[in-house]
Design a protein around this ligand. Structure first.
Ligand code: AMP
Ligand code: MG
Length: 498
C-alpha cells in the first residue's frame, strides 16, 4: 500500500497575491511608478524566517522569479508600485517634504499570522521624492539593514523585517564608488510620524484626517470604540514608542537618526542607518559619526522618543481637538518608559521582586561599567554566571573591570540583594540568559560580512544572520562572534552615507 502523503509543492513567489491598501488613500499621498531595473542582479541573502511570514518556502528565495520581483526588474502580478510622500523634523529642525526617495512599496500580501504585510523595495531607483539623491542604496548599508532588522526581531524588539538583499555591480557614488543593492523590507505599514506632519504643516486638514482614519481602521481598529479615537491613537503610539525606547536601551541599541520621518506609527524600529550596539559602556556614546552634537546619543534616545511623540501630537492636534487632550495623551510617556525599563533591567539582573533600593544598585552598576569601559553585552551575559557565593566562576565577569575592588564591593551588594529574595543560581542563570543576548550585531561583525560580500563571498552574511537568529543561545561553536571587537574595529566610523 502506498502510505506516503503527496505533499503540496513549496509555495514560490508566484503564489504571492498583491493588494495595496495604502493605494486606497487619495492620490496626493503617493506617486505610482515602476522601480528602475538594475543590471544583472544576484541574491546576496534572504531570510528564511522573514519568508515564512509571508508563506514563502526557503527555496523560493533562490529562484530567478524572486530575484526579478524583489529588485523591481519584473512587476509582481497585481502589484501597484508607489512611492509615498512624507515630511519630518531632522535633527530637531523642520525639514519639509522628504518622502520615499529610494523606496517603492510593491503592495501588501497575506501574512501567515492572518494579517497582511507590506513589501517595500529600498534602493530601487529615483522617485519624485528623491531630491538630490540617486534613488539607490549601496551594498554596505543594505547588508547592515538586512542583518539588523532580522537580529532585532530575534531579540524580540519590534522592527520592520528584511526579506532579502539582492546585489548588482552597478555603482553608486558615495565617498567612493560602491556597488548597489535592493533590500526588500516588510512591515504591516511604513507610515511614519512625518507622514502626519506632512499634512499638518501643509494645512491639509482633510488629508490629515484621511491618514489618521486609514491608520486607525487598518492597524488600530480597537481604538474606533474610544471616545476620541485620534487621542487614543496618540496615546497608544506614545505607549508603544516608550516601550520601544526601553527595549533599545536595555539591549544597548542606538538608532543613530531618530528623525520624525524615521519613527514608525506602529512603534517599530524603522530605517536602519548608522545604528550601533553599545560596546564599551558610555551613556553619551554617539553611534552616528555625522551627529556632531550628539542629539541621538544613547542616553538621549528616551527623551528624543518623547520629543518625537510631541511632534506627532502637534500634527494630530487639529483632529484631537484641544491642547489639553493632546498633552494628556502624551503624558504617560515617562511612566510607560520607566516601568518598561525597570521591568527589563530587573530581568537582566535576574531579580524577581522590586525593592526600594534597586535604583541605587543599578546606578552603581552603570557607573562601574562606565568607569571601566565595560562591554555592555558581555557584562550582562557574564553576570548570569555569578553565583550566590564567590567562586572561580566570577573571574570572567570580574576581569572586565579595571577597578576590581569596586566591582567586588558592588558584587557584595548584588549578592545580598539576590539572597534577600531567595534567588537560586541555576534558575536565575537560565532566566538571565533568556534576557541577556550573547550575540548582537557588533559593527565589526557587520563590517567583516560586508567586506566578504563586496568580494562576492556571501557566506559570512548568511552565517552571521543565522547566529543572530538565536541570540540568546550559547552556540559554543560560534563563541568568537560574542567576543570583544578587535583593535582594528576601534577605527570604524558609521555615518549617514548609505
Ligand atoms: P534617511 O536619512 O535614510 O532616513 O533618509 C532621509 C530622506 O532622504 C528620505 O526621504 C530618503 O528617501 C531620502 N534619501 C536618502 N538617501 C537617498 C538616495 N540615495 N536617493 C534618494 N533619496 C534618498
Ligand atoms: Mg528614513
Amino acid at each position: 500500500m502506498n502510505n506516503r502523503l503527496a505533499f503540496p509543492a513549496a509555495p514560490g513567489v508566484e503564489h504571492l497575491r498583491f493588494a495595496n491598501s495604502f493605494a486606497s488613500l487619495p492620490a496626493v499621498f503617493y506617486t505610482k511608478l515602476m522601480p528602475t531595473p538594475i543590471p544583472a542582479p544576484y541574491l546576496v541573502a534572504a531570510s528564511e524566517q522573514a519568508a515564512q511570514l509571508i508563506g514563502l518556502a526557503p527555496t523560493a528565495c533562490a529562484s530567478d522569479d524572486f530575484i526579478q520581483i524583489f529588485t523591481g526588474n519584473h512587476a509582481a502580478a497585481d502589484s501597484q508600485p508607489l512611492a509615498a510622500v512624507y515630511s519630518g523634523h531632522q535633527f530637531g529642525v523642520w525639514a519639509g517634504q522628504l518622502g520615499d526617495g529610494r523606496a517603492i512599496l510593491l503592495g501588501d500580501v497575506a501574512a501567515s499570522d492572518g494579517g497582511r504585510l507590506e513589501l517595500q523595495l529600498k534602493g530601487s531607483g529615483a522617485t519624485p521624492y528623491s531630491r538630490m539623491g540617486d534613488g539607490r542604496a549601496v551594498l554596505r548599508s543594505s547588508i547592515r539593514e538586512y542583518l539588523c532588522s532580522e537580529a532585532m526581531a530575534a531579540l524580540g524588539i519590534p522592527t520592520s523585517r528584511a526579506l532579502s538583499v539582492i546585489g548588482s555591480d552597478q555603482l553608486a557614488m558615495r565617498e567612493r564608488p560602491e556597488t548597489t543593492a535592493v533590500v526588500t523590507r516588510m512591515a504591516p505599514s511604513f507610515v511614519r510620524f512625518g507622514s502626519f506632519e506632512h499634512w499638518y504643516y501643509n494645512n491639509q486638514a482633510e488629508a490629515l484626517r484621511a491618514l489618521a482614519d486609514y491608520v486607525i481602521a487598518g492597524f488600530y481598529p480597537e481604538l474606533l470604540a474610544a471616545e476620541n479615537p485620534y487621542q487614543a491613537l496618540l496615546a497608544e503610539v506614545t505607549r508603544r514608542t516608550a516601550h520601544l525606547m526601553a527595549q533599545w536601551q536595555a539591549v544597548g541599541f542606538m538608532h543613530g537618526v531618530m528623525n520624525t520621518d524615521n519613527m514608525s506609527i506602529l512603534g517599530l524600529t524603522l530605517d536602519y542607518g548608522p545604528f550601533g550596539f553599545m560596546e564599551a559602556y558610555d551613556p553619551r556614546h554617539i553611534c552616528n559619526h555625522s551627529d556632531q552634537q550628539g542629539r541621538y546619543a544613547y542616553n538621549q534616545q528616551p527623551q528624543i522618543g518623547h520629543w518625537n511623540c510631541f511632534a506627532l501630537g502637534q500634527a494630530l492636534l487639529p483632529l484631537i481637538g484641544s491642547v489639553e487632550a493632546t498633552e494628556a495623551a502624551l503624558s504617560s510617556y515617562q511612566a510607560q518608559y520607566g516601568a518598561k525599563l525597570d521591568e527589563l533591567l530587573h530581568a537582566k539582573l535576574g531579580l524577581l521582586s522590586h525593592q526600594p533600593d534597586d535604583d541605587k544598585l543599578l546606578d552603581a552598576m552603570f557607573a562601574l561599567m562606565q568607569g571601566s569601559h565595560v562591554d555592555f553585552t558581555l557584562f550582562f551575559r557574564r553576570l548570569g554566571n555569578l553565583r550566590l557565593e564567590q567562586s572561580s566562576a566570577d573571574a570572567p565577569l570580574r576581569d572586565l573591570f579595571i577597578d576590581r575592588a569596586a566591582f567586588d564591593a558592588w558584587a557584595l551588594q548584588y549578592r545580598a540583594r539576590l539572597k534577600m529574595e531567595n534567588s537560586q543560581d541555576h534558575s536565575r542563570k537560565l532566566a538571565m540568559d533568556a534576557s541577556n543576548p550573547k550575540y548582537v550585531l557588533r559593527n565589526y561583525l557587520a563590517q567583516t560580512a560586508i567586506e566578504h560580500a563586496q568580494n562576492k563571498d556571501f557566506s559570512e552574511v548568511k552565517k552571521l544572520q543565522q547566529i543572530l537568529e538565536n541570540p540568546f543561545d550559547e552556540q559554543p561553536q560560534h563563541a568568537q562572534y560574542a567576543e570583544l571587537p578587535p583593535d582594528w574595529a576601534a577605527g570604524l566610523e558609521v555615518s549617514c552615507s548609505s
